[in-house]
Write a protein that binds this ligand. Structure first.
Ligand code: NAD
Length: 499
């Protein structure tokens, strides 16, 4: 791997502490970083290099999964770290940063390859990219790369605007848009796993009746009220992570795709999604918001009582949707997606149901998290699991080896350092995803679709199950509800229809 400087904007932030430093450390321990490597952390606060290194050490002690946290290894790692005070809006700070970066390049005798990682709020992305360009930080003779966190815009127009500004400083080939779902080992190995679970003959000939993709969690809005109340499940999860999961799965049929081919096929898939008309969105989409309820036997409050959330907020904390990919393979196969907060369990799972006569179904299940596995279950009838059900887990896991607990950030940072863009969101995918969800956002905005309040601790509004039942399907492997009263028909929020 070529030597490089890792310039981290937002070095004192939450993401840096919880994910980026532990990932870099793990790569260091596994000798997957370049032998000469420089990290420059940036923040608004004055900090000495030593104080910064000690903060990084603290975050490793708290969050690193490595066993090797002894002082010698940590010290070697922390030696690479320097700190620089920078306000993203102050141009002169970038000039000073350039001097520090160059001094370190000379000191370490490394090529001026520079990776700029923007772990700051999205309101700063454009300013930083422009300043990198104008200060000369991006004009060295080595490579330059921009790693950018989500959210990438808040609608189609703002995403286009952001991209245009970034493109004045970085080419598309230099922009690495993080979607951490793409860094999950099960997602990266999807093609390979499908091949080991199904023969090529199966892949070509088995007819898929339906696909369901769920990413559900028990957590509520937590500390993120300010951001989440403007984003909702649609922008926070659906437009990016869920559509990326859909693309990663569907490109593997009818034949497994190589990484290079996959990038092209992802855009084709999203382009082939049957467009929605905002007036008909409610036929395909269920919008929900959590009410009060029980999570793991503890009472929890409703969304609109959460700190920082307006009592009349109509923000969505749940979405279920029926999608249709209009290409020769997927045509006629409905794809159901759901994601939401304050649901009964935490699980990210894909279930492929194969066509068969009668009530017994063959299923292929890809468990992405928190458990990982791939299971081929034949002749299943009961779609609900009892509370303590382990039957899914007791099936043979077709993964022949574990995925070694790698965190998505380890894989993604490593890939970015190598210049491997296969598991980052390409602009075409981002733009097409925004384009596809725009009618849903419009329907929400104009109240053309009901907001169903669901009890915390359920699987979302009953309407999300009705969406499948209409087509003769049901969500697989939801745990049985403890009480029938837990899930009643979603209570409708009062508002006016405008159509
Ligand atoms: P944070 O608020 O904890 O950290 C933000 C960082 O930006 C801090 O280091 C702060 O000092 C710095 N900053 C703020 N204003 C600045 C200015 N004017 N000049 C220089 N630096 C400034 O945020 P975070 O949770 O670490 O998130 C960072 C980015 O990562 C965001 O885009 C967020 O959406 C994204 N993200 C975060 C998480 C997460 O789990 N925290 C997950 C996914 C994506």
């Amino acid at each position: 791997m070529e030597s490089a400087t890792f310039v981290l904007f937002g070095a004192t932030g939450d993401l840096a502490k919880r994910k980026i430093y532990p990932a870099l450390f793990q790569l260091f321990v596994e000798q997957q970083l370049p032998s000469s490597f420089s990290v420059i952390g940036l923040g608004r606060r004055e900090l000495s290099h030593e104080a910064f290194q000690s903060n990084v050490a603290q975050s490793l002690l708290t969050f690193s999964r490595s066993e090797m946290k002894d002082s010698v290894v940590m010290e070697q790692f922390l030696n690479a770290f320097r700190y620089h005070v920078l306000d993203v809006n102050r141009r002169e700070d970038y000039t000073k940063l350039l001097s520090l970066v160059e001094d370190r390049e000379v000191e370490l005798n490394i090529t001026p390859n520079r990776m700029f990682y923007l772990s700051v709020g999205p309101e700063f992305f454009e300013t930083i990219a422009t300043n990198i360009h104008e200060s000369g930080l991006g004009s060295a003779r080595g490579w330059k790369r921009l790693v950018i966190e989500k959210p990438f815009g808040h609608n189609l127009e703002s995403a286009r605007q952001l991209n245009q500004t970034l493109n004045q400083a970085f080419e598309e080939s230099e922009i690495y848009r993080i979607d951490h779902y793409l860094g999950k080992p099960m997602v990266q190995q999807m093609g390979q796993l499908l091949q080991s679970a199904l023969t090529e003959h199966d892949l070509r000939t088995r007819t898929i009746a339906s696909v369901q993709i769920s990413a559900i969690e028990t957590l509520g809005v937590e500390e993120r009220a300010g951001y989440y109340d403007h984003a909702g499940a649609l922008r926070d999860m659906f437009q990016n992570h869920m559509l990326q999961l859909l693309m990663m799965l569907t490109i593997e049929f009818p034949k497994p795709s190589s990484a290079a081919e996959g990038v092209k096929r992802k855009s084709q898939i999203i382009k082939s999604l049957m467009p929605l008309n905002k007036r008909k969105v409610s036929q395909h989409v269920v919008r929900g918001q959590y009410g009060a309820g029980m999570i793991k036997e503890k009472p929890v409050i409703r969304y609109t009582d959460e700190a920082g959330i307006a009592s009349d907020s109509q923000n969505d904390t749940f979405i279920a949707a029926r999608l249709q990919v209009d290409d020769s393979f997927w045509k006629n196969t409905p794809i159901y997606i759901r994601t939401g907060k304050r649901l009964k369990e935490k699980a990210t799972r894909i279930v492929i149901e194969f066509k068969s006569e009668g009530p017994l179904k063959d299923l292929l299940i890809i468990e992405i998290g928190p458990q990982e596995g791939i299971y081929y279950l034949k002749r299943q009838s009961n779609h609900e699991l009892s509370e303590d059900e382990t039957s899914l887990r007791s099936q043979p896991n077709l993964m022949n080896k574990g995925v070694d607990g790698k965190d998505a950030y380890e894989t993604l940072i490593h890939d970015a350092l190598l210049g491997n863009k296969a598991y980052f969101a390409h602009w075409n995918e981002v733009e097409l995803s925004w384009e596809w969800v725009q009618p849903i956002m419009d329907a929400y905005q104009e109240n053309l679709i009901p907001l169903h309040v669901y009890p915390a601790g359920s699987y979302g509004p009953q309407e999300a199950s009705d969406l499948l039942e209409r087509d003769g399907f049901h969500w697989w492997f939801d745990k049985k509800q403890t009480s029938v009263n837990d899930v009643t028909k979603g209570e409708l929020f009062t508002y006016e229809y405008t159509n």
